[in-house]
Design a protein around this ligand. Structure first.
Ligand code: SAM
Length: 282
């Protein structure tokens, strides 16, 4: 038995046993490693950090997609920034009324390797006629996108380091604001309140988004293989609140979801006091 270990902080490490190191590759953007173990199945890391695994990917991909889809029943055009494993696109494509999904993923190798080793997230995504893949920087993509051309932007990025850094900037969030329709929603990977480095990233992102969008919230979910297990998404919109949803409308879609439900939706936005303080909530 061999061990994959991620440093969660200077003095805290997280390890997963694996049987096979399926693939390793250095791309122009990052180092990609795919492993296979018993507890979490097949998983991959980017620059040594856990990204996606078969066992808990359903949690992340339910929670990046369904809260926004339950808030706005008129989402037709969706932009995914990052999301190279395909799991976010998979969940969006389950909505029959969604007409057009664009994925701007900087590293094509993440997607191609996910198609090969992680069909649970990537299978069927490219083949869906509504899907358009752009292998380019998400910041460059939004800069060239037309005003009010998307109803939903999902930023499924790595952390604000290396290639991911540009996706946590004011310039990026301002472009997202311009590209979203009047009832558009931005969901961003919002880091975590627990370990200092991630909490700093969380605060910085929240501060930037609050300065641009009139409605901003943060919601939480339990993600066992991310540092501390307590992970967040940001919800920003120009007009719609995630705290007033039509639960019957969402339930009428008949989607079977292993993590998300409309009761949990409400609870996800009820943050611990220490998190509210860090976010500067009154
Ligand atoms: N669920 C994972 C997490 O929360 O860390 C992230 C999923 S996905 C693997 C993250 C993707 O963001 C990667 O495929 C990476 O290549 C992509 N990415 C990073 N920076 C990017 C950028 N500037 N533009 C587009 N995609 C980017």
């Amino acid at each position: 038995m061999k061990w994959y270990t991620e440093d969660w902080s200077e003095e805290c490490k997280f390890s997963i046993a694996y049987d096979k190191h399926l693939h390793t590759e250095q791309t122009p953007f990052q180092k990609i490693d795919f492993y296979q173990g018993k507890e979490f199945g097949t998983f991959f890391t980017l620059d040594g950090l856990m990204m996606v695994n078969e066992k808990d990917e359903f949690i992340y991909h339910d929670m990046i997609v369904h809260p926004a889809m339950a808030t706005n029943p008129n989402i037709k055009n969706v932009l995914i920034i990052g999301g190279g494993d395909g799991g976010t696109a998979r969940e969006v494509l389950r909505y029959g009324f969604v007409e057009n999904v664009v994925m701007a993923e900087i590293d094509e190798r993440v997607f191609r390797l996910s198609q090969q080793y992680l069909p649970v997230t990537a299978a069927g995504v490219e083949e869906d006629p509504r899907m358009t893949l752009h292998f380019e920087d998400g910041l460059a993509y939004v800069k060239n996108a037309a005003d009010k051309s998307f109803d939903l932007i999902l930023v499924d990025s790595t952390d604000p380091i290396s290639v991911g850094e540009g996706l946590f900037t004011t310039a990026f969030y301002e472009e997202c604001h311009r590209v979203l329709t009047d009832d558009g929603i931005l969901i961003n990977q919002h880091e975590s309140p627990y370990f200092a480095e991630y909490a700093e990233n969380m605060k910085k992102a929240h501060h930037k988004i609050k300065a641009i969008f009139p409605i901003t919230h943060v919601y939480q979910y339990h993600m066992p293989t991310y540092p501390s297990g307590h992970w967040l998404f940001g919800f920003a919109s120009k007009s719609l609140s995630p705290l007033q949803i039509d639960e019957q409308q969402w339930q009428s879609y008949g989607l079977q979801t292993k993590y998300y439900n409309t009761d949990l939706h409400r609870g996800a936005f009820a943050l611990p006091s220490y998190v509210r303080e860090k976010l500067g909530h009154e």
